[in-house]
Design a protein around this ligand. Structure first.
Ligand code: FAD
Ligand code: NAD
Length: 475
């Protein structure tokens, strides 16, 4: 193996591995170092996303939703089942197989792109040298013309609630539960709390979510957040807002959580407690002395809009830098950096990053919320189309939620799109593309959407912005 490369990427998650592949596609010599080890002790590329995040959570969301629908909904279709039971071990086996296929796929992609994949630890030293400790403990010094830091993030631990497996667990632990807990507590009604709370609720847990803030999903359009809150309540997710957790202690085989809200102090007793109170950038033993790379006050690696750190030839991408902690954001940053290194064009449009919450109904948005547009002072109009008026959604027995478009009154530019309903995470892609091309709501209005599809809801929402919806009453 060579000791010097055009590009060395430290971290093989969804920010680092695409950077390595694109660098390879750009005919640069590239190595990608990653230290992730799964519970079986095996190394695997893919980082949090493939091993303990996006992919395994979506596998469990799918299984648990099918179970829920088989129990609650199939009868409406005339499908009679005599017994519906959940086999958690099989569900977990399926999840593990999906993770394995996904992470092993990266080895094949690396091979095809000429990337040298290295398992083990990487540490940036001065002068773009990298100290590499291999899986077998061997040590080497590598040099890169460029180094890309993609070290990712880790679950934030609360001072008042220390992790204590198997009772007090982080999201990885929550993905690996071997049985359905009778009483499940979740700290944090953020994306992880809602997704993983939904998984275990559908499988039968009594789920209580303690959220410190007074509002559910404050970052989302509030019409969307309110609709989501109604659905979660109907599903039996007990979300307690304004609940500030003060501590948690183990009591035989249970956890006693103490929290305060406007009414005073309370204790909640649960069998398992998931702490999903955010994630922090991870830079453990990443930076040696004199690298010139700086961290901000919250521990993120400081970068400019093109992901350059303050050190010549050193870049940083993904969860370890500012911006939303999302796999697709990290991926685009990684690709941008690899293209810029090769002297090509590279840019990330931070204003048009979609967000998706994979609950049922799904929640997705891009651009500004109605509240943000209102606060900006720009005159705007909104179009809302309810899924109960969409034929495909009714045929799917999923006629709930709405699509909403916020557009400028002056030039009709689409400023934000907010969807809660079936396959919202897929539907949002049309809005992302429209906004990437600075489309107007009229552009969407004049685009033919196949019938009957869920995407007609987006079309009709655009029409509704000008009170010209056909399939719902314009208000
Ligand atoms: P990571 O994925 O954390 O990868 C960093 C890698 O670098 C790791 O493999 C780590 O071991 C390695 N590393 C760190 N330091 C070193 C070092 N010094 N030497 C060698 N290797 C090192 N995002 C979405 O967009 N959609 C989702 O549906 C979604 N679901 C999620 C569900 C859960 C439960 C969780 C926890 C997260 C989810 N996320 C989701 C967030 C997503 O996983 C992260 O945004 C994404 O993984 C960040 O990518 P990254 O490459 O920056 O970091
Ligand atoms: P989050 O920031 O989305 O939510 C954390 C929640 O915990 C917040 O609402 C916060 O107010 C609350 N909280 C914090 N401390 C608390 C306390 N002491 N008591 C009660 N509540 C408290 O973080 P997360 O859900 O842990 O997710 C971490 C990251 O992973 C997010 O940035 C998210 O973007 C990413 N992620 C994305 C997806 C997706 O894209 N579908 C899925 C999972 C995770």
């Amino acid at each position: 193996m060579a000791d010097s490369f055009d590009v060395i990427v430290i971290g093989g998650g969804p920010a680092g591995y695409p950077a390595a592949i694109r660098a390879g596609q750009n005919k640069l010599s590239v190595a990608c170092i990653d230290e992730w080890r799964n519970r079986d002790g095996n190394y695997a590329f893919g980082g949090t996303c493939l091993n303990a995040g996006c992919i395994p959570s979506k596998a469990l969301l799918e299984s648990s939703e099918l179970y829920h629908r088989a129990r609650e909904e199939f009868a409406v279709h005339g499908i009679k089942l005599t017994e519906v039971a959940i086999d958690v071990a099989q569900m977990q086996k399926r999840k593990a197989a999906i993770v394995k296929t996904s992470t092993q796929g990266i080895n094949a992609l690396f091979k095809a792109a000429g990337v040298t994949g290295l398992h083990g630890h990487g540490k940036l030293l001065s002068g773009r040298r990298v100290a590499y400790t291999g899986a077998d403990g061997s040590q080497r010094e590598l040099t890169g013309r460029h180094v890309v830091l993609a070290s990712g993030s880790a679950p934030a631990e609360l001072k008042s609630v220390a992790f204590s497996a198997p009772h007090i667990i982080d999201s990885w632990g929550a993905l690996d539960l071997e049985a359905v807990p009778k009483r499940l507590g979740v700290i944090g009604a953020g994306v992880i709390g809602l997704e993983l709370g939904s998984v275990w609720r559908r499988l039968g847990s009594e789920v209580t979510v303690l959220e410190a803030l007074a509002d559910l999903l404050p970052m989302a359009d509030q019409q969307l957040a309110k609709e989501a809150g109604r659905h979660f309540k109907k599903q039996g997710l007990d979300i307690r807002l304004g609940a500030k957790v003060r501590g948690a202690k183990l009591a035989s085989d249970a956890v006693e959580v103490s929290y305060e809200d406007a009414k005073g102090g309370h204790t909640l007793t649960v069998d398992r407690l998931i702490v999903a109170a955010g994630r922090r950038p991870y830079t453990g033993d990443l930076l040696g002395a004199g690298t010139g790379v700086e961290l901000d006050e919250r521990g993120f690696i400081k970068v400019d809009e093109h992901c350059r750190t303050g050190a010549e030839g050193v870049w940083a991408v993904g969860d370890c830098v500012r911006g939303p902690m999302l796999a697709h954001k990290g991926k685009e940053e990684g690709v941008m950096v690899a293209d810029l290194i090769a002297g090509r064009y590279g840019e990330v449009n931070y204003k048009v990053i979609p967000a998706v919450i994979y609950t049922a109904p799904e929640i997705a948005w891009v651009g500004q919320t109605e509240e943000q547009v209102k606060a900006s002072g720009r005159p705007y109009k909104i179009g809302v189309f309810p899924f109960p008026a969409n034929g495909r959604a009714r045929a799917m027995e999923q006629a709930q939620g709405f699509a909403k478009i916020v557009a400028a009154k002056d030039d009709d530019e689409i400023l934000g799109v907010h969807i809660i309903g079936p396959m919202a995470g897929e539907l949002i892609a049309e809005a992302v593309l429209a906004m990437e091309y600075a489309a107007s709501s009229e552009d969407l209005q004049r685009t033919i959407h196949a019938h009957p599809t869920l995407s007609e809801a987006v079309h009709e929402a655009a029409l509704a912005a000008d009170k010209r919806a056909i399939d719902s009453i314009n208000r």
